[in-house]
Design a protein around this ligand. Structure first.
Ligand code: AMP
Length: 409
């Protein structure tokens, strides 16, 4: 067992408690994407927290739900109010859900005291209080008055140093635990970390910002058999190898360059693990209707930019994924929002889903990768879709997430 396993063993889950006549203060992540009519576009995060809520209700406990929504930066507003969720939650949970427009103070406590067993109270957006994002002891103490048992089921924010995540649990002593969603997320990621998965292990990383994923590369290269790098992330590698990338996206940052050089030096014997695209679809401007053609990724002319991986690269990545037994994917391999440059990303979605159907284990995180699986209607075939993009990436950097550490007894 490694340090991470030992710590996880010490953390209680909702299954360790009986909630009869207890008020559970559940930190959920209801930060769901909505359209301009406040219609939920993707309810995965809410649906995923229902098992925890149902367990507590079935045991005749009372529930107080706390969550953040968007980035209101401490300023209350209609736009970021959680009130719009009341009807949706009542329908999904089949119990009446009450709402209160503040998170701390006497009026909330009065409302909680009026709650009957099996009832739910949803509180207003935690981020209407600037203290939430500042690890504020006083604010966390006020929140701690809202329940008997603290439950954290908000995997999407467990990498954040926020009051309701890292400070609040301290006030509950032994009466704190993680919810069912959080338990699942930790279990599935743990299956991956430290090379525990069945080999060959393949990690596919894409997206535009290499800075958010460079530490992952340094960790994963130690146990992955194949590390496939696509999308905007691939250009810093090509540049460092002396290739010509034209006007393709590149994060200009000396630290990135230094880190990449260090990876090349330190892991020169493992460098074959890293697979970059060989060919790319280049465009003469950043738009769907741009002129496009196939080019070698090392010789992109000035005035042109790589916006998707090319046919040879798709074939090569597909070949590797097909023979992998454990697959992790985060980030699109092109500007998949433009239909004319989405073939690479959609092909990755399909090949990972097919490999999973044939028995491989797959874990996919990050809004864009999940969105592309949904475009291809194959999201249900994936072994596990993570509800936390940033939290998943931080775990893969071999970091023990602060919100998980805070749940240690
Ligand atoms: P990230 O936030 O780093 O995961 O990046 C996701 C974004 O990367 C998506 O919006 C993609 O459109 C974008 N992306 C992927 N490949 C490229 C590329 N070759 N050039 C520009 N943007 C890209």
């Amino acid at each position: 067992m490694n340090d991470y396993d030992i710590m996880i063993e010490e953390i209680k889950t909702v299954y360790d408690f009986n909630f009869k006549n207890q008020t559970a203060l559940i930190r959920v992540d209801f930060n769901v994407p909505i359209n301009k009519y406040q219609k939920i576009i993707d309810d995965t995060r809410i649906i995923s927290s229902i098992p925890t809520i149902n367990k507590i209700i079935s045991e005749k406990g009372k529930i107080v739900l706390i969550s953040h929504f968007g980035r209101p930066k401490g300023i209350p507003s209609e736009t970021y109010s959680l009130k719009f969720l009341v009807n949706f939650l009542s329908k999904k949970l089949k119990v009446p859900v009450n709402f209160h427009e503040s998170c701390v103070g006497k009026t909330v406590i009065r409302k909680i005291n009026e709650l009957k067993t099996g009832e739910i109270l949803l509180l207003e957006n935690l981020r209407f209080y600037k203290e939430e994002e500042k690890e504020d002891e006083g604010f966390a103490y006020e929140l701690s008055k809202l329940g008997d048992i603290y439950v954290n089921d908000a995997f999407g924010v467990v990498h954040r140093f926020h009051s309701s995540i890292t400070i609040l649990p301290k006030f509950f002593g032994k009466k704190k635990c993680i919810g069912i969603l959080m338990k699942k997320e930790i279990q599935f990621l743990n299956k991956f970390l430290y090379g525990k998965g069945k080999k060959p292990i393949t990690v596919l990383l894409g997206g535009s910002k290499i800075s958010s994923k460079i530490e992952i590369i340094e960790n994963i290269i130690n146990f992955a058999d194949y590390l496939l790098v696509g999308g905007g992330m691939s250009y810093p590698f090509i540049k460092i190898k002396g290739g010509m990338i034209g006007d393709s996206i590149i994060e200009k940052n000396q630290i990135i360059e230094k880190t990449l050089r260090r990876i090349f030096d330190k892991y020169h014997n493992k460098i074959n693990v890293i697979h970059l695209p060989k060919d790319v679809i280049i465009a003469d401007s950043f738009k769907n209707e741009a002129n496009k053609k196939i080019a070698n990724i090392h010789s992109i002319p000035e005035g042109w930019m790589g916006l998707d991986i090319g046919p040879c690269s798709i074939k090569n990545f597909e070949k590797i994924i097909k023979k992998s037994k454990t697959i992790l994917w985060n980030g699109p391999v092109g500007v998949f929002e433009f239909p004319n440059f989405s073939l690479g990303t959609k092909s990755m979605a399909k090949v990972i889903a097919n490999a999973t159907e044939k028995g491989s284990f797959s874990l996919v995180g990050g809004g864009d990768s999940i969105a592309s699986l949904k475009m291809e209607k194959c999201e249900k075939k994936i072994s596990y879709l993570s509800t936390g993009g940033g939290a998943m990436l931080d775990s893969l950097k071999n970091k023990i997430l602060p919100g998980i550490k805070a749940m240690k007894q």
